[in-house]
Design a protein around this ligand. Structure first.
Ligand code: PMP
Length: 466
């Protein structure tokens, strides 16, 4: 087919943006040497629902919700309109000493929606930060500082889960356990204690998901016993360890972890930055365990994917421990853009959509379609596991479909699958040898069918050329 003048112009324009980019930008999570030859850089002009539209006019299905941020599709008109209204009124104001309605309203609504647990006083206060990692830093510092204020200065350590991920800043990285991100910075990191993950993929022959959860909880109990009075908090990602390869666990684990934290006077920090806002089927993943954490970290989907914002929800008891005449006992942590009015307005508009559109019910139907379309992939000889929690579905590949036979990392199966999907107009961004679907909630039947067909083709091509 002969390209029209228009197409030729768009291709040339995309190429110009590509080279201007590589001249000045340093991209996240990227070995820059792989651009432009091994990996194509994709300049995007606009977004529309689940589609990203390239500068060259090509369309890409955003199957990873732009790093798990987008909830209702790109450029969602209701959120865009709320943002425009807010921009014309108040774009930013210092949140120390000042207040504004979007910050207050958002805090009220988040607290009303947050997980509850019978017999526990509900989460009562919201502290804002401006990205997920910063939110994790806030929660860690708050937990530590609480005990300091209470005169329990020996409680200085955190427990985190093996294979967990909480962000890239040094505090968040210290409680993360993914060697690729952490290893090089290890000398800079505070020492955390790691406890086995309840990851159901690690089941021994004959073990159920619940058995693995029990085994991991027993290990946690043991660790807590060995460090009496030393631990401030346990931090974990409820239900799905996302960056760790979308590894999923039984809700029993969180239930047991909550009991153990209570028994040892340790805070439970739930990092729902990735799994919050309906990703796993319920509004918050902790709900599936009937558990309320002491500190709840939210970000990513909080603004529907429009702007960076994090919220850390805390109990009244934690808040009260900071009230004093002394500045030192106050939580002085601050970011310039704390509680940015635009970000809060986007978050409020996103919560309105949850209320107006019965999002969780629609997602249940979409998740069922995802399951049905993924089922035939289990027959491929390299598929060791297809797992799902609501709107997250993951396909784990190994050499021969046996869990204990991973591909040699040098084969870079994920990279090959990524490229194979991209040329077919789908953004899959595998985590190692795990391909996953985490689409915006507006994804429709035709898009899901494209996703399933592309995933099959990407797996076959990746295995063939790796
Ligand atoms: N916690 C979890 C569970 C995450 O998945 C992420 C981001 N992938 C973060 C924290 C960090 O968030 P951010 O990238 O906004 O710093």
């Amino acid at each position: 087919m002969v390209a029209t003048n228009h197409e030729t112009r768009m291709l040339a324009e995309a190429e110009t943006w590509r080279s201007r980019d590589l001249a000045v930008l340093w991209h996240p999570c990227t070995q820059m040497r792989e651009h432009p030859h091994t990996l194509p850089l994709v300049p995007i002009a606009r977004g529309e629902g689940a589609w990203l539209i390239g500068q060259d006019g090509r369309r890409y299905l955003d199957a990873v919700s732009s790093w798990w941020t987008n909830l209702f599709g790109h450029a969602e008109p209701r959120i865009a309109a709320a943002l425009a209204r807010q921009a014309g009124q108040l774009e930013q104001v210092i949140l120390a000493g000042f207040s504004h309605p979007p910050a207050v309203e958002l805090a009220e609504r988040l607290l009303a929606l947050a997980p509850r647990q019978p017999g526990r006083a509900p989460l009562a206060k919201v502290f804002y930060a401006d990205n997920g990692s910063a939110g994790v830093e806030v929660a860690l510092k708050m937990a530590f500082h609480y005990f300091h204020n209470r005169g329990e200065a020996r409680r200085t350590r955190f427990i985190a889960l093996e294979n967990g991920y909480h962000g890239e800043t040094l505090g968040a990285l210290a409680v993360g356990d993914i060697p690729l991100y952490r290893r090089i910075y290890a000398p800079l990191l505070a020492e955390a204690l790691f406890t086995p993950s309840p990851d159901a993929y690690l089941a021994e022959p004959g073990e159920t998901d619940a058995d693995v959860a029990r085994r991991a909880a027993d290990a946690l109990a043991n660790l807590l016993d060995r460090h009496p009075g030393e631990i401030c908090a346990l931090i974990l990602e409820p239900r799905v360890q996302c960056a760790g390869g979308m590894r999923m666990h039984h809700p029993d684990y969180l239930r047991r972890a909550r009991e153990l934290c209570d028994a040892h006077g340790v805070f439970l920090i739930a990092d729902e930055i990735a799994v919050g806002f309906g990703r796993t089927g319920t509004l918050f993943a902790s709900e599936q365990s009937g558990v309320m954490p002491d500190l709840l970290c939210l970000s990513k989907g909080l603004t529907g994917g429009f702007l960076p914002l994090a919220a850390v929800l805390a109990t009244q008891a934690i808040y009260d421990a900071f009230l004093d005449d002394s500045r030192e006992r106050a939580f002085l942590h601050s970011h310039s853009y704390t509680g940015n009015p635009l970000a809060c307005a986007a978050a409020l508009a996103s919560l309105d959509i949850f209320a107006q559109d019965d999002v969780l019910a629609r997602n249940r139907a979409t998740a069922a379609r995802m399951a049905a379309l993924a089922a035939p992939l289990e027959e491929l000889p390299w598929v060791a596991d297809v797992r799902q929690a609501g709107m997250i579905l993951a396909i784990e590949l190994t050499r021969d479909g046996e869990r204990r036979h991973p591909f040699d990392a040098g084969r870079r199966i994920g990279l090959h699958a990524y490229r194979a999907a991209l040329v077919r107009g789908v953004v899959l961004r595998p985590l190692g040898d795990v391909l996953y679907w985490m689409p915006p909630y507006c994804v429709d039947e035709a898009q899901l069918e494209l996703l399933a067909a592309t995933t099959r083709a990407a797996i076959e091509e990746a295995v063939a050329c790796a």
